[in-house]
Write a protein that binds this ligand. Structure first.
Ligand SMILES: Cc1ncc(COP(=O)(O)O)c(C=O)c1O
Length: 446
């Protein structure tokens, strides 16, 4: 069996003693937010939510500090598109780190930054695109919102219920995933955002577009910010005409269409960009762009990005670590590998087969939709909708005990969110499908 593509091996029931000890030390020093969330989940679900602690990863496998080997169906929230190290991105970053860990940002660039920006501009579906680099997805969305204001002079944003764009202030204002995340910080959130429903079917399209039209009618919206497929919202795929319709509405209103491809981009959904063939004004990339090394990009068509120029140098957006040589080397290597191995096509083929197998395995009483609706997504961005959030937490726990790392997501928390490395061996996905079917059957029998 190829290293990094091995089935689970559970030698100590997770979380094992070493994980528990480290988790307790972590809870004593990190923000209390995460332990509070775990406790709330444990109280709600009646199950222990104690975390495992990672020791190392390889390919599609991750190992915890107690010696358990798991199949990683999360890939670092979708970022590890090439899998865990070693891979082309981590090798390139390590090499660059040895030569020049940091250049001088927007003052004196490295050659790697020049090449990375050229390569990232080349991802945009039109020639002449301009690139602004960042570290996180939230950085890229912040940049896109700033671009929209500069280019249109209009501060308003139309965003969607269920969408997630990061938690720093600009993106947080536009977060439709969990209004409760915004509420405590409302007094700081200046961006005027109107939320429209995100359509999960053709039947919901009309209401969504009417809400967007109404929001644009006021005339103060400079951007429509949209995920081509909801990621954290639970792998919700909109009808095919959704993005083209948004493109037309943005054009009519003089607003920018901003595609947040931070989760969907870089081949995850079976194409390099999920927004294709629509040409957005601005595309946000992150997560998979660096194959696990932190780098993000706001890439826009030349006419729109021109708004950042010609002002005497006052309109800048930069940061100490933006475009560091290791991050740029990782992005270059990731893009090269994605192209050389045609990972988008692989994600499409492997993902289509996997979703069909999951559909068959999950089309059982007790799973919402009992078939047609239970499994959704595109490529290797997959959601399995379960009865409710407690069921999703319990199933995720049962899967962990059997050696599969998954996340729960969806606006109601009722979805298993699966985004494995694009390089995963399909045999591991088949084994997961059988395990999930067993877990669901056992829970129903119990
Ligand atoms: C679609 C989307 N946009 C933005 C973000 C924010 O990215 P980051 O967590 O790197 O700030 C995420 C993160 O999950 C995301 O899924």
């Amino acid at each position: 069996m190829e290293p990094g593509q091995e089935p689970p091996s559970i030698v100590v029931a997770p979380p094992g003693p070493r994980s528990r000890e480290l988790a307790a030390r972590m809870a004593a020093v990190e923000s209390p937010a995460f332990d509070a969330r775990r406790k709330a989940r444990a109280a709600r679900s009646g199950e222990d939510q104690g975390p495992i602690v990672y020791a190392r990863g390889r390919g599609a496998n991750v190992f915890d500090v107690d010696g358990n080997r798991y199949v990683d169906l999360t890939a670092g929230f979708g970022a590890l598109v090439l899998g865990h190290a070693p891979n082309a991105a981590s090798d390139a970053a390590r090499l660059a780190e040895g030569e020049l860990p940091l250049a001088l940002g927007d003052v004196y660039a490295s050659e790697l930054k020049v090449r990375a920006c050229e390569a990232i501009a080349g991802v945009f579906p039109e020639p002449g695109a301009r690139v602004m680099l960042g570290l996180s997805g939230a950085d890229a969305v912040t940049c896109a919102l700033k671009t929209a204001l500069l280019a249109t002079g209009k501060p308003g944003v139309v965003a969607f219920e269920g969408s997630y764009h990061g938690l720093s202030y600009g993106p947080l204002a536009a977060l439709g995933f969990a209004p409760a995340f915004r509420a405590p910080f409302g007094a700081h959130l200046g961006v005027p955002v109107t939320f429209a429903p995100y359509p999960s079917s053709a039947a919901e399209l009309g209401a969504s577009l009417s809400a967007v039209r109404a929001a644009l009618a006021g005339g103060d919206a400079g951007a429509i910010l949209v995920e081509p497929i909801l990621g954290r919202g639970g792998a919700v795929v909109p009808p095919r005409s959704f993005l083209p319709e948004l493109r037309a509405l943005a054009d009519e209103a003089g607003a920018l269409l901003v595609a947040d491809e931070i989760w969907t981009g870089m081949g995850r959904t079976g194409a390099l960009l999920a927004s294709a063939p629509v040409v957005p004004d601005v595309i946000c990339l992150g997560k998979g762009l660096g194959g696990g090394v932190p780098i993000s990009a706001c890439v826009g068509r030349a006419a729109v990005m021109d708004a950042w120029g010609g002002h005497g140098g006052t309109r800048i957006h930069t940061g100490t670590h933006f475009g560091s040589p290791p991050a740029c080397a990782a992005a270059l290597a990731t893009l090269e590998t994605i192209r050389a191995r045609d990972l988008p096509a692989r994600a499409r083929a492997v993902g289509d087969a996997w979703r069909a197998a999951l559909e068959a395995a999950c089309a059982l009483p007790g799973v919402r939709g009992a078939g047609a609706f239970a499994v959704r997504g595109a490529g290797l961005m997959v959601g399995v909708a379960l009865a409710d959030a407690n069921e999703a937490l319990a199933v995720a726990r049962d899967l962990l005990a059997r050696g599969y790392v998954v996340l729960t997501g969806g606006a109601r928390g009722d979805v298993l969110t699966l985004s494995p490395p694009l390089t995963i061996d399909p045999a591991l996905l088949d084994a997961f499908t059988s395990t999930l079917a067993e877990v669901l059957a056992t829970r129903r029998a119990g």
